[in-house]
Ligand binder design. Structure first.
Ligand SMILES: Cc1cc2nc3c(=O)[nH]c(=O)nc-3n(C[C@H](O)[C@H](O)[C@H](O)COP(=O)(O)OP(=O)(O)OC[C@H]3O[C@@H](n4cnc5c(N)ncnc54)[C@H](O)[C@@H]3O)c2cc1C
Length: 232
């Protein structure tokens, strides 16, 4: 386990906090999309509680970033109370949900499911990869879009990146020019007539991820090229 210090903890949107951690020892290594176990430590440095969290930063960043929903449970209650300078234990990176520089890549994320996809997109922009990269990101309302500004910047930094945001519960769309409603066959096929040519990564609530898998099958995507991570 490596010790990391909280460099910043800020609420991206109500109920979702972004933690940036700086290594106190040798940093962990990971692939874009993988997760790490965060440990709450006691005074002696022993682990009290641990939970898995997707790493949102790119492997090349000097810090680790996590995007965490403050759910009021065993772990998040403790994380919520921690501020700058607090020490956490980190183990990782783990998991098969990772991106390996595929040139035609599409990503579907809902809520905090954006976290591992941010790691992948930041990596794509940092490494100036050539290809076509499409992010489908679903948020409840305009005010609950995490990383909205950075997603705009990523599209400018790498013109191969296209971001499609849909709002599922916005009551006053007003000047909103993006999509509204849940992702479905019609919406995805409008943006991705060539879905079968892409590798896919999906992350979010288990229910959404399962539904999207069926939707992608209907669009002709190759099941062997669909990766899924679901929680909650
Ligand atoms: C691979 C992987 C990656 C993940 N990545 C992320 C990520 O990037 N961001 C993220 O936010 N989460 C992520 N998770 C989920 C995360 O691991 C935790 O499950 C989550 O933070 C809840 O942990 P907790 O200890 O606070 O809740 P737990 O105590 O484990 O409780 C689980 C749920 O029950 C509810 N609950 C607990 N106690 C009560 C109570 N008394 N009354 C009512 N409800 C209660 C909580 O609200 C919580 O939603 C990931 C999970 C996996 C498997």
């Amino acid at each position: 386990m490596t010790r990391y210090k909280i460099a910043s903890a800020s609420d991206a949107v109500p109920g979702i906090r972004i933690f940036r951690l700086e290594p106190m020892d040798q940093p962990i290594s990971f692939k874009p999309g993988q997760f790490a176990f965060l440990h709450i430590l006691d005074e002696k440095g022993n682990s009290v509680v641990k939970r898995p969290y997707s790493i949102a930063s790119a492997p090349g960043a000097p810090y680790l970033e996590f995007c965490i929903k403050l759910a009021g449970g065993e772990m998040t209650k403790r994380l919520e109370a921690l501020g700058k300078g607090a020490v956490l234990g980190v183990e990782g990176g783990f998991g098969h949900f990772s991106y390996g520089d595929q040139p035609k890549a599409a990503f579907i994320g809902g809520g905090t499911g954006i976290a591992p996809l941010m790691s992948m997109l930041r990596h794509i922009a940092d490494e100036k990869l050539n290809g076509t990269f499409v992010l489908f990101y679903s948020a409840r309302t305009r005010d609950s879009i995490v990383y909205g500004k950075e997603l705009e910047e990523l599209q400018k930094r790498n013109p191969g990146i296209k971001v499609v945001i849909t709002l599922t519960r916005e009551e006053k769309p007003g000047s909103w020019k993006g999509e509204c409603g849940r992702f479905d066959h019609e919406m995805l096929s409008r943006h991705m007539p060539d879905a079968k040519d892409f590798d896919w990564w999906m992350c979010g609530q288990m229910e959404m991820v399962k539904g999207m898998k069926e939707c992608l099958a209907g669009l002709g995507a190759d099941p062997k090229r669909i990766r899924m991570e679901g929680w909650g």
